[in-house]
Design a protein around this ligand. Structure first.
Ligand code: GUN
Length: 291
């Protein structure tokens, strides 16, 4: 008799998002009853097609949960000074609790200047140095949405990180570095791997939890995963047939992992959900309501 092949639990980011968004909607109603409607301003500069889809989904997420949202679209010739002036106006606008400038911005605009111009109290993307510093030191602030969503996914499967070895592949400011800090805060032993890591497989084979956030297909294959590991896939790539795929060889890795996130339908929907959570919390904090 042959035993059936092992197959990992698939962590459903769509279902978890629905659950979390229902909670957000209820908290929005409670806040509205006190006369406050959480407001998010989304700024898009230029015509990047992927960015247009992302901002549309962000605004739709806001509408679905009862937020006030403003989408400001500018053509690619908007000057840096004009953009900074818009941010200053939104910083001062009491109806707006969160400000998000969709990245990338056109080359003539300095993205870090733009990020630092957003008030840390409204930095719902969690990209400001003040937010990064708050995460690093365990102070209250806003956590970047994608790694925050990954932590919620681990929590949803009751993954206790204490004493576990977590390997993060990728060291971006938006995902890899904050991800490592969040895992560390939950008492994992954390390794960050990147393009100059000489033997990635030697690292991932030791991991109880692996987060792949590189932006390249098949960065993680079955032979690189310890049986029973939990695997989160942050990648958003296209395969040869043009289909959306992650950084992980899903079909192979699901045969050895204990739990895995799919692409699409995994981490992606969680990113917008955590943006909504951050915006709601910004509004609650503005009214001195503890979250
Ligand atoms: N571009 C790609 N991902 C993001 C994100 O999470 N926030 C912003 N502002 N821009 C992005």
């Amino acid at each position: 008799m042959t035993t059936p092949p092992h197959s990992a639990l698939i962590i459903d980011g769509v279902a978890l998002s629905q659950k979390l968004r229902a909670d957000v909607t209820a908290r929005v109603q409670a806040l509205k009853a006190r006369g406050i409607t959480p407001g998010l301003a989304v700024i898009l500069v230029g015509e990047n097609p992927a960015s247009q889809v992302y901002v549309r989904n962000k605004v739709k997420g806001c509408e679905d949960c009862g937020f006030h949202s403003v989408l400001e679209k500018y053509d690619a010739h908007l000057t840096e000074a004009e953009l900074l002036a818009r941010i200053a106006a939104l910083n001062a606008d009491p109806a707006i609790h969160g400000i998000l400038v969709q990245l990338p911005v056109p080359k003539h605009i300095d993205a870090s200047k733009v990020i630092e111009a957003i008030s840390p109290l409204k930095d719902v993307d969690g990209f400001h140095v003040a937010s990064a510093g708050a995460l690093m030191t365990g102070m209250p602030g806003f956590w970047p949405c994608t790694p925050y969503g990954c932590m919620k996914m681990l929590e949803s499967i009751n993954c206790d990180l204490k004493g576990k070895h977590a390997v993060v592949i990728g060291r971006s400011n938006i995902v890899g570095k904050p991800m490592a800090l969040m895992l560390l805060q939950k008492n994992a032993t954390v390794t960050i791997c990147h393009s100059a890591t000489p033997d990635l497989k030697a690292m991932t084979l030791q991991a109880d939890v692996i987060v792949a956030a590189v932006g390249k297909r098949n960065v993680l294959t079955k032979d690189m995963v310890k049986p029973g590991a939990v695997v989160l896939d942050v990648g958003m790539n296209r395969n040869d047939e043009g289909k959306l795929c992650g950084d992980v060889d899903f079909e192979g890795v699901r045969q050895v992992a204990s739990a895995i996130t799919p692409v699409p339908g995994g981490v992606g929907p969680m990113t917008i959900t955590m943006l909504l959570v951050n915006t709601l919390e910004a509004a609650e904090r503005s009214a001195n309501i503890p979250s």
